[in-house]
Design a protein around this ligand. Structure first.
Ligand SMILES: *[C@@H]1O[C@H](CO)[C@@H](O)[C@H](O)[C@H]1NC(C)=O
Ligand SMILES: *[C@@H]1O[C@H](CO)[C@@H](O)[C@H](O)[C@H]1NC(C)=O
Ligand SMILES: *[C@@H]1O[C@H](CO)[C@@H](O)[C@H](O)[C@H]1NC(C)=O
Ligand SMILES: *[C@@H]1O[C@H](CO)[C@@H](O)[C@H](O)[C@H]1NC(C)=O
Ligand SMILES: CC(=O)N[C@H]1CO[C@H](CO)[C@@H](O)[C@@H]1O
Ligand SMILES: [Ca+2]
Ligand SMILES: [Ca+2]
Length: 582
């Protein structure tokens, strides 16, 4: 009896959840987010470097595909030691990318077109060329504690001064750099030109909140926040020292002590203070809306961290956190040879762990990883885009993945990414982020229509004559056409609010359904493997005697709109297909 009541209550609360979610959906919920890497997106003035006017020019293109919002990798003034993630003035536009007026035009155009603009916020560090750092080096009292400074320690054997702790930078070597002027070490968790800001100083916390208010005041829809786990480090102990980090359990997996992977980052990542900071930023975004009106301003957070931590970024039940804590589960855990049951496990794990009332999100690529089509094979690019667009929640797409652009080989000599350049000719390629950052392929004209100039900051892929946005727009079937169709489909009630049931049939086949009561039943079949498999779809989800192919991978034997017999469905190698009861 009691059990029945509990079940009934559970059913009622699920229904209540649906009722609220369908009616009051906010603009950002179940949206489609597009990451623009501005340096490589579109060059408007022929210098070989993408810029803001280039982005403005292409906003309509993004709207036509169906994206809700675009987030831009950093566009702020920077000496470009880490391609904009080293900011020398948080309040100014980087001159190569344009002027403040260009920025304002971009925002104006985005409003006209109906696409939200989200900026990258890089709070962990500034450039060493930032005025704050220069003043800090000089000991200016207002800035002296803006960064993390330490005298270092004396080595008992040699009697010489050495860094305060064994901490290693993400991009190799000690995370401490000696400064001759100040006669102290400063901390940098990324390259030496990226000194870490000191979040234990309330003036820094305030300053960075002012940066956020400044850009929100310019009309952006929110921030994507960079490298969140690195914000805080363990505080000084009572002897004024920083503790060494322990070695990883099996050092043979990362033997070089100069590599970050050699240590367990228990003092330099995921400190408890970090979550509090994210919650403060969320409160700021909420207050900004209260004070200024307009739509919800959102936060997206970048954190490669433990699963439990990722979930806490959403909020702790009392305070709210990130609207979209990037779910990097696919990027970190799905390899080329990952089998269907493992893919399903990862999807269910995230959905089951999410706290109540928040929205899932899925990320398949960004400027720090090899491209989707290169990781899983071009043949499977559509399959993964189908997966991304038909899962419940928010979808995040890195520019070029909608065209199935592939990595471009960049030689050691031509590499510019510090993560690659800090390694050596034997190892750089695996580390290099350059191959996924090459210019966007617009059309078949020279340099893929990215620039009118005769050179580009990274080489253009040599397949651009066949593979470009214009060709794919004109073709009756293409990766881009499939993407457009998927994004339109996602607006259907069954994808916005529908139930989701997924299973792996064997090592290759994934099948799942999306349906909202009273709306269409959709069934998605993905074949990750290399052989044909015939199946009766109705055994799993009953489509009835006939089904329509909504969309399917470019190489599929089926075509969009075709009516088929779902009891004799041929799941071809590497093909994904969306079916609906006909
Ligand atoms: C002291 O310096 C020596 C020589 O550079 C080094 O091998 C040793 O690890 C240092 N000691 C500590 C505690 O760091
Ligand atoms: C957190 O977000 C939920 C859902 O939007 C809202 O109802 C709640 O009031 C928020 N809590 C705080 C502390 O802002
Ligand atoms: C992924 O696997 C496919 C087939 O199993 C193979 O053709 C392709 O080269 C692999 N790609 C990578 C990046 O390993
Ligand atoms: C898979 O089935 C299709 C359609 O029947 C056929 O054209 C193709 O050759 C088959 N491929 C393999 C690997 O058996
Ligand atoms: C995905 C992403 O934005 N990664 C960035 C994390 O932060 C470092 C340092 O700011 C950048 O180098 C990465 O590109
Ligand atoms: Ca330019
Ligand atoms: Ca830090």
């Amino acid at each position: 009896m009691q059990k029945a009541t509990t079940v009934l209550l559970a059913v009622l609360s699920v229904l209540a959840l649906f009722a609220t979610s369908t009616q009051g959906k906010d603009w950002w919920e179940n949206g489609n987010y597009y990451q623009i890497y501005p340096r490589s997106f579109r060059d408007s003035d022929g210098d070989g470097i993408g810029d803001l006017n280039g982005v403005t020019e292409k906003l309509q293109y993004l709207k036509d595909i169906g994206f809700t919002a675009a987030w831009l990798s950093p566009i702020f003034k920077s000496p470009m030691a880490d391609f904009g993630y080293d900011i020398s003035d948080f309040y100014q536009i980087h001159p190569e990318y344009g002027t403040m007026e260009d920025f304002e035009n971009m925002i104006k155009k985005a409003k006209e077109v109906g696409i939200k603009i989200i900026l990258d916020f890089v709070p962990n560090h500034s450039s060493d060329e930032n005025e704050w750092f220069i003043k800090s080096v000089d000991g200016d009292p207002a800035y002296a504690d803006y960064y993390i400074w330490h005298n270092g320690i004396v080595n008992e054997t040699t009697g010489e001064r050495q860094p305060p702790s064994n901490w290693v930078s993400v991009f190799r070597y000690s995370a401490w750099e000696w400064n001759d002027v100040r006669q102290q070490y400063y901390l940098h968790q990324f390259v030496t030109k990226q000194p870490d800001l000191n979040y234990r100083n309330p003036a820094v916390v305030n300053e960075m909140k002012n940066v956020m208010r400044f850009w929100l005041g310019k009309g952006i829809a929110g921030f994507r926040i960079d490298a969140v786990p690195y914000l805080f480090e363990k505080d000084l102990d009572r002897y004024n020292n920083y503790p060494d980090e322990p070695l990883i359990d099996d050092v043979s997996t990362c033997p070089d002590p100069d590599d970050a992977c050699h240590l367990k980052h228990i003092y330099t990542q995921d400190q408890p203070e970090t979550l509090d900071m994210v919650y403060q930023w969320r409160a700021l975004a909420d207050e900004f809306k209260k004070e200024h009106g307009g739509d919800t301003r959102i936060l997206l957070t970048e954190a490669y961290t433990s699963f439990d931590n990722m979930i806490l970024y959403y909020g702790n039940g009392i305070r709210n956190g990130s609207h979209i804590p990037f779910n990097f589960d696919f990027l970190t855990n799905l390899q080329n040879d990952t089998k269907a049951p493992t893919v399903v496990e990862h999807i269910e794990k995230w959905l089951n762990a999410m706290p109540e009332g928040v929205i899932a999100n899925w990320v398949l690529g960004n400027h720090d990883n090899k491209r989707l089509a290169s990781r899983y094979g071009v043949q499977r690019a559509d399959l993964f885009n189908i997966l991304l667009q038909t899962l419940p929640g928010n979808a995040v797409t890195y520019n070029g993945e909608e065209l199935a652009m592939t990595d471009v080989y960049i030689s050691w000599e031509d590499s510019v990414d510090p993560q690659a350049c800090n390694s050596d000719p034997d190892r750089y390629y695996d580390l290099s982020r350059d191959p996924a950052r090459t210019p966007y392929q617009w059309d078949a004209s020279p340099n893929a229509g990215f620039t009118s100039g005769d050179h580009t900051w990274l080489p253009v892929s040599d397949d651009y004559k066949q593979n470009n946005a214009l060709a794919q727009q004109r073709a009756p079937q293409s990766h881009l056409q499939i993407m457009k169709k998927l994004i339109r489909l996602r607006k259907e009630p069954s994808f916005q609010d529908g139930d989701f049931n997924i299973k792996a049939i064997d090592d290759d086949l994934i099948i799942y359904s999306r349906q909202k009561t009273g709306s269409d039943l959709y069934v998605i079949v993905l074949n990750l493997g290399s052989s044909n498999k015939t199946l009766n779809v109705n055994t799993y989800y009953s489509l009835g005697p006939k089904a329509e192919v909504i969309t399917t991978s470019i190489q599929s034997q089926y075509v969009d709109g075709q009516i088929i017999d779902p009891t004799q469905f041929n799941a071809e190698p590497y093909v994904g297909t969306v079916l609906v009861a006909a």
